[in-house]
Design a protein around this ligand. Structure first.
Ligand SMILES: Nc1ncnc2c1ncn2[C@@H]1O[C@H](COP(=O)(O)OP(=O)(O)OP(=O)(O)O)[C@@H](O)[C@H]1O
Length: 375
């Protein structure tokens, strides 16, 4: 099932504040989309609006090309799972799963045998075939979460809306269940929208991320694209630790304010002026024999990366460096190469720079008018 949202705005009840502010989003049939962003960004509000649970709003929300208004819940083919999975404690797992079918009007309700068959099928699907007679209190958190998913799937929805469904689980179970969910999504041909705070979770499970902030969509893109070409500094920082360097563009070069950071060529067509450069700590490199910086190894680091403190003179930054640069640790007279930085002006990316392919000879840096090879 597809979802089309056009210019959606929602105000907080009895307030002029906008919970959603001119949101437009298109989710194609079969997509797995994650809504991410800080607390209060509007993720839950957007999800509930897609489900037709709340109103009123301005704009258009179409599910499979039709508005939900006036369509009874059971015709909408939408499954919902919330963080507090709220299974009925006095009902067995099987009765919980069957609930959505049991409450259908008589003429639409499958007969008892068909419901029992569907429940058995779903118990297999969630890999808990023996637990139909158990009660929720007898299950682990991860098992309960799978039952909640089975309950949402009982009426064969085409669209699955998940609001922080794994929030209460420990990290290991959380990782297992999200992989399982992704498999289920593919197997059943669902369209899934997942709200999560956790960008790692979103990156692992979803095809596309929608980053929200203050009721607006800041950027929507496949995960890799968000990291290579974040639209704003907020997106860059939301996705992981980032180092910030201020500077200026002059004649196609980025000239950093820190004297022990190397300038780099950004290509033509960029207006001169102030910019901010952001990059990941593991995207930096050290250049020996240039500048007056000092690199000091720190404890920690993983995956073949060592953590270092680099004293730049006016400030210090912590970077991650591949261990084969070990010869530089503890050396004076180093400079920092930040040629992989994304550049921003007025809080917006200079996209043509961020998306530029690596230039041949990357590593040739000009510093104080000279060109050196970086390590
Ligand atoms: N019933 C309500 N009345 C007034 N304001 C509300 C109501 N529900 C949500 N809001 C406000 O709308 C904004 C968006 O809230 P929402 O719950 O959608 O954010 P969220 O991104 O899902 O946050 P979280 O990650 O903390 O769940 C917030 O500023 C919140 O305070």
């Amino acid at each position: 099932m597809s979802v089309q949202i056009q210019s959606l705005t929602r105000h907080a009840p009895n307030a002029s504040r906008k919970m959603l502010d001119d949101v437009s989003l298109s989710i194609e049939d079969g997509a797995f989309v994650a809504l991410v962003g800080p607390s209060g960004a509007g993720k839950t509000t957007l999800l509930r609006t897609i489900a037709g649970l709340d109103g009123p709003y301005e704009g258009t929300v179409l599910v499979d090309g039709r508005t939900l208004a006036g369509r009874p819940m059971r015709e909408r083919r939408i499954g919902f799972v919330f963080q507090n999975y709220a299974l009925f404690r006095h009902m067995t797992v099987a009765r919980n799963i069957a609930f959505g079918l049991d409450v259908l009007p008589r003429r639409e309700r499958p007969d008892r045998g068909a419901i029992a068959g569907r429940v058995a099928e779903l118990l297999e699907l969630i890999q808990l075939p023996m637990l139909g007679d158990a009660y929720p209190d007898q299950l682990s958190g991860g098992q309960r979460q799978r039952v909640a998913l089975a309950r949402a799937l009982a009426t064969k929805p085409g669209l699955l809306l998940l609001d922080e469904p794994f929030g209460a689980l420990d990290p290991i179970v959380r990782r297992q269940i999200r992989r399982w969910l992704r498999g289920l999504h593919d197997q059943l041909g669902l369209t899934t929208v997942l709200v999560t705070h956790d960008h790692d979770e979103a990156l692992e499970v979803a095809d596309r991320l929608v980053v929200m902030q203050n009721g607006r969509i800041v950027q929507e893109a496949p995960a890799e694209m968000l990291d290579t070409a974040p639209a704003t500094p907020f997106v860059m920082e939301f996705l992981g630790e980032a180092l910030e360097f201020s500077g200026r563009i002059v004649d196609g070069w980025f000239l950093p304010d820190d004297s022990n950071v190397l300038s780099f060529h950004v290509g033509g067509g960029v207006d001169d002026g102030l910019v901010t450069a952001l990059l990941r700590p593991y995207e930096t490199r050290l250049v020996a024999g240039e500048g007056r910086g000092r690199a000091i190894p720190l404890a920690g680091g993983s995956g073949g990366l060592r953590r270092l403190k680099v004293e730049l003179g006016t400030r210090e930054v912590e970077i991650l460096l591949v261990t084969d640069q070990v010869g530089l640790f503890g050396r004076d007279h180093v400079a920092l190469d930040i040629g992989r930085a994304r550049l921003f002006r007025d809080d917006r990316a200079l996209q043509h720079i961020s998306l530029r392919p690596p230039e041949p000879g990357h590593g040739k840096q000009r510093h104080n008018g000279t060109v050196t090879d970086s390590v």
